[in-house]
Design a protein around this ligand. Sequence first.
Ligand code: ADP
Ligand code: MG
Length: 555
Amino acid sequence: MLIQKLPIDVIKLIAAGEVIDSLSAVVRELAENSLDAGAGRIVISIQPSLWRVQVADNGRGMDRDDLFLCTQAHTTSKIKDYNDLHRINTLGFRGEALHSIAQLADVKIVSRVADDCGYEICCHDNHCSTINPVAIAPGTIITVENLFKNIPLRRQANPPFKQQIKQIQTLIGQLSLCHPQVTWQLFVDDKLTLYIHGDNEIKKILSQLSKTIKYHDLTSQQITINTPEENSLSHLDLVLGLPDRLSRPRPDWVKIGLNGRVIKSPELESSIYSAFHRTLGRDRFPVIFLHLKTSPRQIDWNRHPAKAEIYLHNLDFWQEQIISAINNIFKITDNNINQKIPNSRVENILKVAENKALYHIEEKPKKIDKKESLGLINLQVIAQSRNTYIIAEHDQGMWLIEQHIAHERILYEQLQDNWQLMPLSQPIILENLLSKQIEQLTHLQLDIESFGENLWAVRNIPQMLAQRNDMADALMELSWGGNVDNAMVAVACRSAIRNGTKLTIEQMQDIVDRWKMTRNPHTCPHGRPIYLSLEESSLYRFFRRHWVLGKSHGI
Ligand code: ADP
Ligand code: MG
């Protein structure tokens, strides 16, 4: 027997309340119980018109005594006393859900632990039947029928069934991301409507949840972090869509999990957006699932009865960790440069190229300066094509890098690190400014003053622009609005090497080396991809090198 009634001081501390307000809330509570019972397979069947939900699992089950107690108020096997409130490692702990559900519906619970037979209990109208033995496999099946049968108003307050089913599908998707190893089935009126095959890799789950999310467009990382103020380790599981391949027009795939459950956390979401700032195009949102598994002491779940919102202690610390984890994923390193990530866009481009046969690559003689290449990672510039693309090769293939935006990325990050204004020996004179342009230049901390009728003198300028002969144009561009960040993008764009400029191998190698080290080498500040990687393996396939034509051809 595991279940006990909670002491009254603990009951008073748990800020709970009635949370069963929909079919989806019943599914949530039952599915979370199945997860707490260690289930690897959870089958959910709903019949909305009968207000019926059944959840079957292969978890550890309940013995005869626990079956009797589980629907009583404040009975739980998950915590015992006050001290346990600070070390909750399960999804449930209040011991309220089954009790509440049994008040609102007809409930039948069938359960079996591994070394006993199964038992069944039925609860109707606040009365529980005697317990009878039944034959089932180890695990638990809970059937809830006629939900809200005595509260028609609560039924009316629910949206149409179609929407309720959607809510349940979303909920299952969220739970499956947090518990990727579990296999889920959802039947609606006996029809299988959702099947998620459990897998240790969250990427596999994410790609099962949406047709638009392709496995190969995702990347993942697991990070271990020392928990602040505690002698314990926390884990951050991060899965995200490669920003040059996958993004969304809405923030519908920005999801945060905390200790096994998807939560709403505006604070952590804003950290995600700031990590993606200037990585995605305008009005584009990342695909990301971030799961923080930390010590229960870091969390106060009592912000919301459904535990969907939380207070996280050391919030600043966690925000920083998230931003740096995302930034780290973007970095190109010796370890991931050779990673073969099948890219359907590249395959399509190759197909188009095959049809049009329109490559004009002006190859230059390959020059390897041994001294120079030592110590650098092996991305070696070999040529420039169309005065626009830098062609660089490494062990496993070659990259086409668009020179302007690669350089723009370098300059933009330099400006972010060091936005400096420089005094000018000769002021720049601007004409015909509107008052809002003057305001904007002042807002960017430029030193501007009237210089006669319709003339203004500007006495300083962003350092990067100082050597240029189009300073007046640049200032006019900045005067048209935006914050300092927009100004940085504009300055970086203006200062970066134009496409169409001929470059020497050394100049290109310098750009490539510096670009490789940027925080996000994948996209420019406007969100465009910077490089196209042509893996040797795709080229091999493209040139049909696997064809065996016969020895005499020397293949
Ligand atoms: P809580 O989850 O907060 O403990 P519940 O009312 O949801 O409270 O469940 C009461 C108890 O019933 C749980 O603590 C657990 O011991 C037991 N229980 C509920 N569902 C299951 C299940 N599917 N498998 C095994 N035990 C279960
Ligand atoms: Mg529970």
